[in-house]
Design a protein around this ligand. Structure first.
Ligand code: PLP
Length: 364
């Protein structure tokens, strides 16, 4: 199997797996304590959680706290719902190409929602107009479908100048790019940066108080109740340290793969900007391509038609539509995602297979 779906999820780094194992416990083991228990095993588990918190904090700017959540989707929900006092109906503004975790959540609030358009390159204008009285602006750092890098520092500064909070969904950018500098809240997910699934985090700027959306035992300083998994926290922490240490070398590796892949797909069109982009995301289209057929013809290559979330839900891609592509163009697009553990040989083999299968389609 050649895995080219790094935006959907990434392989677990061996270092993250190692960090998790002692905390999974098992008969005779002592690592499985509840981090919220007062006895020694509990305190050991709590120490592992706090070490992980410090490690994950390295993904964010200074001056904030890390709240562990079950996913980035939960972190985003906490940010959007937890920052609104009950009955607050002031408008929010989001980019038109946000993940469903942001779009569906703001739409559920019942307040006016302004969508900030993107240009044909898939970029939100840095000087987008914000609605009067806006309370929250949410723009992602890197788009999950097309990899475009958004001007979040300028937009964050503008949001603050307008008296709004700025939420950045940094799920696809964390551990790859420098963190957004003008955000009040940043959401990330461990499984997109070579950590385990089932854990995310919300970074909250010091001084900003959130209302809990999950109540119960009062864990995570009362903001997110529920027993934490020390093993997941430790895996996330190790993955975060590794991503920070390897920021440059991972980017260089991805750049080398991008150059190869991009040069091989002649006759295809790139969706989204080539320059303002995380180069581990190659979203391309070819007129008349039957993507479903392509996927069944080359089952040993794992890639995606549009975003994994959009294809899972059967919705057509709102991101490609926002770029101005029609349904046929969107339906003839594929996304190849690669990263730290992808080899040049895998890119070459996969590209050749895809080109061969599409040439066969042309002959039909
Ligand atoms: N935001 C973006 C940009 C994503 O790519 C994803 C996952 O695909 C999410 C949010 C949701 O992350 P999680 O799987 O941790 O809920």
């Amino acid at each position: 199997m050649i895995y080219l779906d790094y935006q959907a999820t990434t392989p677990l780094a061996p270092e993250a797996r190692e960090a998790m194992l002692p905390l999974l416990g098992g008969p005779g083991g002592t690592g499985f304590g509840n981090p919220h228990s007062a006895h020694r095993m509990g305190r050991q588990a709590a120490a592992a959680v706090e070490l992980a918190r410090e490690q994950v904090a390295g993904l964010f700017p200074p001056g904030g706290k890390v709240i562990f959540t079950g996913s980035a989707t939960e972190a985003i929900n906490l940010a959007i719902r937890g920052s609104a006092p009950a009955g607050d109906m002031r408008p929010v503004a989001v980019s038109a190409i946000e993940h469903a975790a942001v779009l569906d959540t703001v739409r559920a609030l019942g307040c006016p929602v302004a969508e900030l358009a993107v240009n044909q390159e898939g970029l939100v204008r840095a000087d987008s107009t914000l609605p009067d009285g806006v309370r929250l602006v949410a723009v992602m750092q890197v788009n999950n479908e097309i990899g475009t890098v958004q001007p979040v520092d300028t937009l964050g500064t503008a949001a603050r100048a307008a008296g709004a909070l700025f939420l950045c969904d940094a799920v696809q950018g964390a551990g790859k790019l420098a963190p957004p500098s003008a955000a009040d809240m940043i959401a990330v997910s461990a499984h997109k940066l070579y950590g385990p699934k089932g854990i995310g985090a919300l970074w909250v700027r010091d001084g900003l108080e959130l209302v809990p959306i999950i109540t119960g035992g009062g864990q995570e300083q009362g903001i997110r109740s529920g027993t934490l998994s020390p093993a997941l926290c430790a895996g996330f922490g190790a993955a975060a340290v590794l991503a920070t240490d390897r920021l440059k070398s991972d980017a260089q590796h991805v750049e080398m793969l991008w150059k190869k892949a991009f040069s091989m797909f002649w006759g295809w069109n790139l969706n989204g900007s080539a320059d303002q982009r995380w180069h581990g995301n190659l979203n391309i289209r070819r007129e008349g391509l039957d993507v479903g057929r392509l996927m069944s013809d080359i089952r040993h290559i794992a890639f995606s038609a549009g975003s994994a979330c959009a294809s899972g839900s059967g919705r057509s891609s709102h991101v490609l539509a926002a770029l101005g592509l029609d349904r046929a163009q969107a339906r003839s697009s594929i996304r190849l995602g690669f990263g730290r553990y992808t080899t040049l040989e895998e890119i070459e083999q996969a590209t050749e297979k895809i080109m061969k299968a599409t040439a066969q389609q042309d002959r039909l």
